[in-house]
Design a protein around this ligand. Structure first.
Ligand SMILES: Nc1ncnc2c1ncn2[C@@H]1O[C@H](COP(=O)(O)OP(=O)(O)OP(=O)(O)O)[C@@H](O)[C@H]1O
Length: 234
């Protein structure tokens, strides 16, 4: 099966500042990838580079058979890259349902299906963006990305700042999406073990370079290696 995404020699950053150096990897349809690494190593910058929000300083990107190296963010979104930003980007004046319907595109994910995935949002469908808890906002952010019917879903620290019970529920939803939807998923997550428990493959960044790429189980089963690579108390 041809790759869904391929990244070759990507160098990117902000203005003159280079954050990512010679990033190369490919992702197959349906593949799930955890993006791990210490604070500030460039994980969000890589996600933002895939959606087209950083300054590309070199390299090429292909998605779904097309060269998207020079494509602006809206074209990448239209091509099938869905993005759940770290800051969630809620609109206070839109209801939950309006957040979902304004971005809807035809495909397997419609209102009924995202309400089935997130029953809480069905209950809150008339609530405004500023009347939601952090967990509900994150559900809206994920549901909104699904409503665009992407082929690749980029999740940037979806669990950040959420209560443990909500983290547990959201992780179950993400696992189910990965198992059942056929979507490719890249998830950035500070809690390495949680990310590894959701994905088949893990990539570790350090100072803007890929320093590890392999099956998630390999790191889950090797505490020392995981600790060395992401410097967490694994
Ligand atoms: N908008 C920006 N303008 C300039 N520099 C930035 C910008 N955003 C991030 N950086 C810098 O890019 C580097 C990588 O940041 P990035 O947010 O990609 O790291 P990260 O691995 O996602 O870290 P974290 O886990 O803390 O979110 C950091 O040195 C950061 O200061």
């Amino acid at each position: 099966m041809p790759d869904l995404l391929s990244v070759e020699g990507l160098c990117a950053g902000y203005g003159e500042a280079r954050v990512l150096n010679d990033i190369g990897f490919a992702l197959r349809p349906g593949e799930s990838l955890a993006l791990l690494g210490r604070n500030g190593v460039g994980k969000s910058t890589l996600i933002r580079s895939l959606i087209g929000l950083t300054r590309r300083q070199g390299g090429r990107l292909r998605f779904a058979g097309a060269d998207i190296t020079a494509a602006p963010p809206f074209r990448r979104a239209r091509a099938g890259i869905g993005w759940v930003p770290q800051e969630r980007a809620m609109f206070p004046s839109l209801s939950v349902e309006e957040h979902l319907t304004t971005v809807a595109r035809r495909g397997p994910f419609d209102l009924a299906r995202v309400y089935d995935i997130f029953p809480r949002l069905a209950e809150r469908r008339a609530n405004m963006g500023n009347q939601l808890s952090g967990g509900e906002q994150q559900m809206v952010a994920i549901a909104r990305a699904l409503m665009t019917n992407p082929r690749l879903l980029l999740l940037d620290e979806p669990m950040e700042g959420l209560a443990p019970i909500i983290v547990h529920d959201l992780a179950a939803v993400i696992r189910r999406l990965i198992a059942e939807s056929g979507l490719s998923v890249i998830v950035v997550e500070q809690h390495a073990r949680l990310a590894l428990s959701m994905t088949a493959r893990a990539m570790v960044l350090d100072r803007g370079r890929i320093v590890h790429d392999g099956p998630s189980t390999e790191l889950l089963e090797d505490n020392d290696k995981l600790g060395r690579l992401v410097a967490v108390a694994a």
